[in-house]
Design a protein around this ligand. Structure first.
Ligand code: ADP
Length: 160
């Protein structure tokens, strides 16, 4: 059974992330989406809110689970007995960081490999930060995120 972990901040999950999740679920037996609870970043959404949005958008994928984690990614990968880490690649600007991350993880956990899925061209420009910025200025984000996520962003910004 091939198990993958797809880690990220998902603050919030975009259609670019959803596309990677969908494609991973078609090639792997089980996909665990790992939401990083990172103390050094100040996210817009709490880790519970990010997990909830992912649960909502993945509810139709029976082989996809969503969990939060903190600490080392390789420890999370080992906890789930995963074989691979999935990461998405958008432009060449992602490459240097992703290569460094994959190589470091391979040194500390030689049994775990990283698989890169190239972005769907439709979403190659898309990032969580861009979505937040557009929403903050009142722009229409319906082309970038699931309607449930758009609602959560509007609610969050209205609270501020
Ligand atoms: P991180 O802080 O770990 O980079 P992100 O939530 O920004 O977390 O991204 C998680 C993963 O999803 C990364 O591998 C990133 O390259 C990938 N990703 C983000 N946006 C897209 C997109 N539009 N298309 C494909 N992959 C993407």
């Amino acid at each position: 059974m091939a198990v993958a972990v797809y880690p990220g901040s998902f603050d919030p999950v975009t259609l670019g992330h959803s596309d990677i999740i969908k494609r991973s679920s078609q090639i792997m037996d089980r996909v665990v989406v790992g939401v990083l609870n990172n103390n050094s970043k100040t996210p817009l959404f709490s880790v519970e809110e990010r997990v909830n949005m992912l649960l909502e958008i993945t509810k139709d994928y029976p082989n996809v689970e969503v969990c939060s984690f903190s600490g080392l990614l390789v420890d999370f990968v080992r906890l789930y007995h995963a074989d691979v880490i999935i990461r998405g690649l958008r432009a060449v600007t992602d490459f240097e960081y992703e290569l460094q991350l994959a190589q470091t993880n391979r040194v500390i956990a030689p049994e775990v490999d990283t698989i890169f899925l190239t972005t769907n061209l439709k979403y190659s420009y898309l990032s969580s930060s861009i979505v937040k910025e557009i929403a903050m200025y009142g722009g229409d984000i319906s082309a970038f995120v699931h309607p449930f996520v758009a609602g959560q962003i509007r609610r969050k910004l209205a609270e501020r």
